[in-house]
Ligand binder design. Structure first.
Ligand SMILES: [Fe+2]
Length: 233
């Protein structure tokens, strides 16, 4: 499996407070059967605004530690960009060189929004495409203002769709579970990820086991691994 959305990088995010916790989280991923992990610390104005240099420094440090501990897993760097509005997205595009911005130097960007205050996601997807970027909507099931029809439209506009493993198994409530299962049935999902933070439960394997029992195995391989390989590696 490949996990494209995690918060394991210590000291720059709300995912982990120490190198030791981060190492334990990575070891757990390995045990669950993950071969490649993308570290996507939050970029959110006034909350998580660490410099690009600091994030790269911590990433290299963490990578060295993984090698020292002889954990056989690959890590890559990205960010989860919190977008407040279309104009905010435009301003981020203008200063993209100052932040990590995309995932593993691909053209893919991982985007999240307010869960409750609606914003024009279609316009953000459109703007991304115009700028030759591939938007990935992080945990699409979390936004109160997006239903399956709206998610379908986003996909038709060229967005890729990420859902959280925790939602598949029902750990994020009945509403999220119902929606992600509908998305899975309609083949609207591109990635299933852990979105792990220290102190949470990693449901990736449990979600995989559920999917392999209930959906076409080729689709399951795509959403847990092949799509990540295609777009991000
Ligand atoms: Fe996240």
């Amino acid at each position: 499996m490949i996990d494209i959305h995690t918060h394991f990088l210590p000291f720059v995010d709300d995912g982990s407070d120490s190198l030791k916790d981060s190492i334990n989280l990575i070891k757990e991923e390995k045990l669950l059967g993950v071969s490649d992990v993308f570290l996507t610390p939050h970029y959110r104005k006034e909350m998580f605004e660490e410099s690009k240099e600091k994030i790269i420094f911590e990433f290299n440090n963490f990578k060295n530690e993984i090698e020292k501990e002889k954990i056989d897993i690959n890590i890559y760097l990205g960010q989860e960009l919190f977008i407040r509005s279309v104009s905010h997205f435009r301003s981020i595009l203008e200063k993209r060189d100052e932040i990590i911005f995309d995932i593993n130097n691909s053209n893919c960007i991982l985007l999240e929004f307010s869960y409750t205050i609606p914003i024009n996601v279609e316009e953000i997807v459109h703007l991304s495409k115009v700028n030759k970027l591939q938007p990935i909507i992080a945990h699409v099931e979390r936004y109160e203002y997006l239903n399956i029809e709206k998610i379908f439209r986003l996909k038709m506009l060229g967005a890729l769709i990420q859902i959280n493993a925790s939602s598949i198994v029902g750990a994020d409530g009945r509403g999220a579970q119902k929606l992600v299962r509908k998305l899975l049935e309609n083949n609207l999902v591109d990635f299933v990820s852990s979105d792990m933070h220290q102190g949470r439960i990693n449901y990736l394997k449990k979600a995989y086991d559920y999917c392999i029992k209930n959906y076409d195995s080729e689709i399951v391989q795509n959403i847990f691994e092949n799509d990540a390989r295609e777009f991000l590696l």
